[in-house]
Structures are given as C-alpha cells and as structure tokens.
Design a protein around this ligand. Structure first.
Ligand code: C2E
Ligand code: CA
Ligand code: CA
Length: 749
C-alpha cells in the first residue's frame, strides 16, 4: 500500500496522501468506500479515517488523526465498567482479528459495530493497521433481542421470566439503560413484571400503581397513551414522591412508552431509566420500537392465556373457581393440612327451592340470585381457602385450620346471612340454603371422598326440612351405600322381570259385588328377601327408574285383567298407581291407549291412581297429560285423599272419577270424633260431585259399619283381603263372591 506515514499533526492539511497514480486511486477507493475505515500507526495512533468513518462517527479526518481508536470511540465515560483493553489487544495482534463492540459517536450516541483489524506494512516498511468498522446495531437488536425473546415465548416461559430476559438483553445492548416492564392487571393497576436492576424493596414500592392517580413517567405514559420523557427526575414536578425512590438509586432521567395491543388497548409500560439527565438516543429509540412490539406480543398472548384459563377454571356467572379449579386448590389445601396435622372443613351449600326461582321468575332472576349468594358467601367466609361453584345452585367452601366448633359457627352464620331478604326486580326473596359438612381427616382424606360426604350430609339437611346444616356421619354413608346397592338391584329386577303385581279387591259393601282391584307391586329379591314398596318406590322415583316401573305395571295389570276375563272371571276394572314424574311424560296417554288396545280392553277398564301432589304440581305438561288421559276415557282416582291439605278447587277443574279416603282416617274413625266429622265431609264432597269414594285400609267390621253408616259403599282392606297374587285372587273371588255364597259368608255381614 502506498500510503504515506505521517506523524500526528493536527495542524497538517487533511488531504489524502498522494504518491503516484496507483496510490491515488487506492486512496480514492479507500476514501469513497461506504464502510468506515481507519489506518493506525505502530504507535496505535490514527493516521487516517475515510468518509465512511466520518459519516458513521461524526469525526472529520483531521479531528480523528493522532487519537487512539479506543480513546476516540469508547472514550465516553458512560459505563465505568467498560474495559477497552481488548481494542488495544486487537491492534497489537499480528493476526487479523474481529470483534463486536459497543462504540460511541462524536455526540455520545451508542452504536453496535463489527470491528475487523488487519495488520499491514506501509511504504516505508513500518507496521500499520487497517481497521474496517460496520454498524450492526440494527442486526444486533433484531437478531439478538427479537430471537431471544421469541425463543422464550415459544418455550412458553413464564411472562415474568420472558420480560426479565427482554430487559437484560436491552441492558446488554445499551448498558446505560435500566429497563423495566409493567403490565395492566385485572384491577386496572400497573404491576411490575420485570425490573432486573431494581433492588427488591424498591421494586415493591413501585409496584401496583393506579394509572390515573399516580405520579411518575409510567402512570403518565399509561394514562396519556404516549411516550413520556422525564429528563430531570429531581426537578420534574410530574415525578411526585417516586423521585425519592429513584434518586437514591442514581437514576436521573426516565423514558416511558405505553405498550399497546393490536386493537390499541393498553397492555403495559416499558421504561428506560438513565443515570444522566438525558433523553433516548437513536439506539434507544430503535431498541424501544423493537421491544414494544415484543412486549405487546408477549402481553397479548398472556392476556389470551389468562382468558382461556378463566374460561377453563372459573365460572362465568359468579367468577368463582369451577369444579376443576376446586380440585386443584383442594389438593393444595389438603396436602397442607396433612403436613401440619390440621383439621379442615368442607361445606357443601345448596340453595333451597332455587329451581322454583328459575321457573317462576325466569333465568335472569336466578342468575342475579346466584350472584347475590356469591357475594354473601365471600363476605361471610373471608378466611376461606376456597369458595367454588360446582354447578347450578351448589357451592363448596373449604376452610383450613377448622374444627367442628368453628364449622358449626360458620354454618349457622351462613344460614343467617344467606336468608336475609334481597330484592330482585320487584320481588323480595329470602334465599335459604341447606349445608352439609365433612371434616378432614375424620370423614375422608381426599377431595373426592370429602366432597361426596359433604354432599350426603347436605341431602340429610334438606330431608330434615331445609335451611339447616348437618355434619356427615358414617350412618349416612351406610344408608347411601344401601341406596346404591338397592338401586342397582332394582334395575336388575326390572331387566329380569323379578317384580310381580299383587291385586287387592275393592268391595261394594251394599251389594257385595267386586268394584275393582288395585294392582300393587311386590319385590322379592333372591338375596335381600322381601322389599317393601314404600322403600323402593321413592328410590325408583329419585333414580328415574319409575317410568319403566310404571309402564311395566300398566302392561302387566292390563294383561292380567284380559287374562281373567278370558278365564270367565268378571273383574270390572284394575287400578294402577302412577307417580308424579309419569305425568311429565306427554307420551303417556298414547302409551296407555296402545296398552289397552293390545289387550282388547276398554279405556273404562283402567283406573289410574294419582296423589294430590300430582294435581298440585301445576306444570302445564302435567295438566295436559291428565286431560289427555281423561279424553281417552281412562278414569282417574285421587289416592290418599285428605292428606294433601290442599285446596279442593282442583276437584272441580279436573276430570276425577274416584276419591280414595286415606287409611289414616279409617284407623282413627272409632277413637276420634273429629276424624268421623272429616270422613263424613269427604263422603259429602264425593256425593255432591258424583265421585265414587273408596275407603282404604279397612281392617275391622266396626270400621266398615261406621263407614257404611256415613254412606260409604266401596271399601278396600285386610278385612276382606290383602293384595294377592293373580291366581290366589281368582280363588278368593270364586270362594267369597260366588253367587251361592253371597250373604252367607260371615265376612260380608
Ligand atoms: P297405596 O297406593 O295407598 O296402597 C295401599 C297400601 O295399603 C298398600 O301397601 C296395601 O297393601 C296397603 N293396605 C291395603 N289394605 C290395608 C289394610 O287394611 N291395612 C293396612 N295397614 N294396609 C293396607 P303397599 O302394597 O305396601 O304399597 C304401599 C304404597 O306403595 C302404595 O300406597 C303406593 O303408594 C305404592 N305402590 C305400590 N305399588 C305401586 C306401583 O305399582 N306403582 C307405584 N307408583 N306405587 C306403588
Ligand atoms: Ca293406591
Ligand atoms: Ca292409598
């Protein structure tokens, strides 16, 4: 290279060295090259810089000449920790070397540069060094910052970790910055996600600040929605008391930029703190631009995840943890109670008659009620580990370090608080609840068992008359187990035709003729023996098996009646008991019709016995079914009449044919004057409405006589016969009701 070595001389002209044509051309090439280039002498002093260098760093050749490279480009005392010995080492090396360095331009702006140093020999044989410098700031920001942060996101790192990584990368690229990232939480406050340079106690004091009423650059940038520069923390009135936290840490300026989502709602704030009174450099602006994009991406994703998490683990209506979340939280609480040898209470809270609120006032009113209850639960059990909504009107509360006494107190308080009247639209409601309680570890050691047992105890509380609480007992467990076993057995019995119908005769005591027979179900289990209908019928109703049982009974009874008739036995009619649930089945009338036809029976051959509760149920489907059955010509009997305490207006509205006086009246006929008055009244009601009245449970001739005196014609009871298997009933009829024996049999006298 024909470059002249000139001693550092600041007064010398700045013309490029000229020495012959080749040298001139080369010098020209050197000078015009877009890359920054520098020639340094053996003493490490700059001989010459090209136009690219001047452009990049702002130093004219004559200004640069005679300085050391590190003195010129890293001479700003921004970062006391900086050590530029390695630039000198590179210059001293006999081999070409390369490095990435953070350099400063003439105005103190930082640049990431790639430095390539090549040793060479000058014209006069002296050692020179040629340096080429490229600005890699852009690449550095993009490639390092972006790829690292995106990588963290792909690896699904925690948002705190990702944001800390971002801050650290920003600080590595621009060491004069201390970066922090805050996000907007669900209370609309700014909360710190990352502040790696801040001591913990200071970070705590800067955390959770309200956007609209707090001083400082972060809150201001958040509320204005645009970047805010505080170039002098000490004197800027906007800083308020935050100044007292920042000045002791050595921060003199700060620059906050809002982080915005794609739909431009505020996600958080990115802040650069400086130890000088200054504003952002070009590098800082570039860093901020890239970082804000990355922050937005990460925070928006975090928002989505939180939303999905809420949907998956929280109940939309009340905001309470749902069943899945309850399980997770319960595991924690139980593990802790186990470790510390503590007791824990599980309260199962079920609202009383919630369905009624929903049905009568509508679902929005029901929703409002659930929200009110949720609020009351929160207010009453502040110390609860968990308040969760399981489904519908079922809530679960778990309380750590809680013994039976505390659980009792709490349950009592809950019942009182929940029962307070509340206003929903124009209605005043007094929500009541039933509460079941199970205790850890006495009633179970795992979530599932404890929940189950609290549920059972809740049922017990409901059965005892609602608005109560009840502790779980092992007796309940036995009953529940029995129920489960019995329900399975009943299902089997229905599948395998193990049920039987017995028939009890209904006698006309005026003419001693058979009025009809009532079909009553019998179950003899091969292992458990005889099981009473009063035990398994309610179970069938609760478990949904009743509709199968009822259809079976209807088919069986009609089939039997047809069979008797074929045998020449004149049984006038058969009565079959149906349950309230059967009347929600709008298809029942069609099924009845089909059964009658299949057995070639007239509709009047069949009586359907229903209780007053069916009539009082009042739902449109029930009324529809009753009317359709009547329209078929099938008769309706009101069973257990007189026990329902209901108003009797329905008798006028509904197509009823028979009333069956409840057995309890017959039992007290002789001993109680008031009962006799009542049975007399029932007879009059029947008479005046032209209904047949049947007295049930007649065991004594005296009872029969009293009833007969009051005008009763039809009776049913052990005095005549219990319910009998079909074949035995046949014999009984033949023996007791045959023409030859009429009047002669003592039974009928
Ligand atoms: P219910 O319909 O009131 O039936 C009358 C009950 O009184 C029958 O009890 C019958 O055996 C009994 N009984 C008859 N005469 C006398 C008497 O003189 N003295 C006394 N102490 N009892 C008498 P059972 O068969 O145990 O049935 C009990 C209840 O179970 C029935 O009361 C009915 O509600 C229900 N049930 C029976 N079979 C069926 C059925 O097939 N379907 C449905 N849904 N319920 C049924
Ligand atoms: Ca009956
Ligand atoms: Ca009855």
């Amino acid at each position: 290279m024909a470059l002249q070595h000139r001693a550092p001389d600041h007064s010398a002209p700045s013309d490029p060295p000229q020495n012959g044509t080749t040298a001139q051309l080369l010098a020209l090439g050197f000078d015009k090259a877009p890359t920054a280039a520098v020639i340094i002498d053996a003493g490490h002093l700059i001989l010459h810089v090209n136009a690219g260098f001047s452009h990049l760093f702002g130093w004219h050749p004559e200004e640069a000449r005679g300085h050391t490279l590190d003195g010129l480009l890293s001479g700003f005392p921004r970062d006391p920790q900086r050590n530029d010995n390695d630039i000198r080492d590179m210059l001293a090396s006999s081999q070409p070397t390369q490095a990435e360095k953070l350099l400063y331009d003439r105005h103190g702006q930082t640049l990431w540069c790639k430095l390539s140093i090549t040793p060479a020999t000058g014209d006069n044989g002296e050692r020179i060094v040629i340096g080429a410098i490229t600005d890699i700031t852009h690449g550095k920001i993009h490639e390092v910052l972006r790829s690292r942060v995106l990588q963290a996101m792909v690896e699904e790192k925690d948002i705190h970790e990702t944001m800390k990584l971002l801050c650290l990368e920003i600080q590595r690229i621009a060491p004069s910055i201390s970066a922090t990232v805050m996000h907007v939480d669900d209370k609309e406050q700014l909360c710190l996600l990352a502040s790696p340079d801040f001591p913990q106690e200071c970070a705590r004091e800067l955390d959770a600040i309200s956007i609209d009423s707090s001083p400082g650059s972060c809150a201001t940038a958040a509320s204005l929605g645009k970047p805010v520069l505080i170039a002098d923390i000490e004197h800027d009135p906007c800083m308020g008391n935050i100044r007292d936290r920042l000045l002791p840490l050595g921060y003199k300026a700060c620059w906050s930029s809002p982080i915005k989502a794609r739909d431009s709602h505020l996600l958080g704030v990115l802040t650069f703190y400086y130890r000088q009174c200054q504003g952002p450099s070009k590098l800082h602006e570039q860093l901020a631009a890239v970082s804000l994009d990355l922050c937005a991406l990460a925070l928006e994703r975090e928002e989505h995840c939180t939303h999905i998490h809420r949907l998956a683990y929280y109940d939309d209506l009340t905001g309470l943890p749902n069943r899945s979340m309850l399980r997770t939280q319960a595991e924690h609480a139980l593990a802790q109670a186990n470790r510390n040898g503590e007791q824990l209470a599980v309260l199962f809270v079920d609202l009383d008659r919630f369905k009624h609120v929903n049905d009568s006032l509508g679902h929005p009113a029901g929703d409002t009620l659930l929200r009110i209850v949720t609020r009351r639960l929160h207010e009453t059990v502040r110390g609860a580990d968990i308040i969760s909504r399981l489904s519908g009107d079922e809530f679960v509360i778990m309380i750590s370090k809680c013994n039976r006494e505390r659980a009792t107190e709490l349950a009592k308080r809950l019942l009182t608080v929940l029962a307070a009247p509340c206003q929903i639209d124009e209605h005043t409601l007094s929500p009541a609840a039933s509460i079941g309680i199970s205790m850890f570890p006495d009633n179970g050691r795992d979530t599932e068992t404890l929940l189950n047992h609290a549920d059972m105890a809740m049922y017990q509380a409901k059965n005892q008359g609602r608005a109560r609480f009840s502790f779980f007992s092992s007796e309940m467990n036995r009953i529940a187990r029995d129920r489960i076993v019995l329900e399975a057995a009943l299902r089997d019995a229905l599948d395998n035709q193990q049920l039987e119908l017995h028939y009890q005769p209904q006698i006309n005591i005026e003419n001693l003729q058979l009025h009809g027979v009532e079909a009553l179900v019998r179950w003899h289990h091969p292992y458990f023996g005889k099981i009473e209908p009063l035990r398994f019928i309610p179970l069938a109703e609760e478990s949904g098996l009743i509709s199968r049982l009822s259809l079976w009974a209807l088919r069986q009874a009609c089939h039997q009646l047809a069979q008797w008739r074929r045998n020449g036995l004149n049984v006038p009619a058969v009565s079959v008991n149906l349950s309230p649930n059967d009347f929600h089945n709008l298809d029942l009338p069609r099924q009845l019709d089909a059964i009658l036809r299949a057995n070639a029976l007239a509709p009047s051959d069949l009586v359907v016995e229903i209780t007053e509760s069916v009539v009082m149920d009042g739902t449109p489907s029930t009324l529809q079914t009753i009317n359709d059955i009547h329209a078929l010509g099938v008769r309706l009997a009101i069973d257990d009449f007189g026990t329902g305490y209901s108003n009797l207006g329905y008798l006028r509205r509904l197509p009823v044919s028979e009333l069956k006086l409840d057995q309890s009246f017959v039992q007290e006929l002789e001993s109680d004057h008031a009962t006799r008055a009542l049975t007399n009244a029932v007879m009059h009601i029947g008479d005046s409405m032209e209904l047949t009245v049947i007295a049930e449970g007649v065991e004594q001739p005296t009872q029969r006589n009293l009833l007969k005196a009051q005008g009763y014609q039809i009776v049913q009871g052990f005095l005549y016969s219990p319910a009998l298997p079909a074949a035995q009933l046949e014999n009984w009829i033949v023996e007791n009701l045959s023409f030859t024996q009429w009047g002669e049999n003592s039974l009928f006298r």
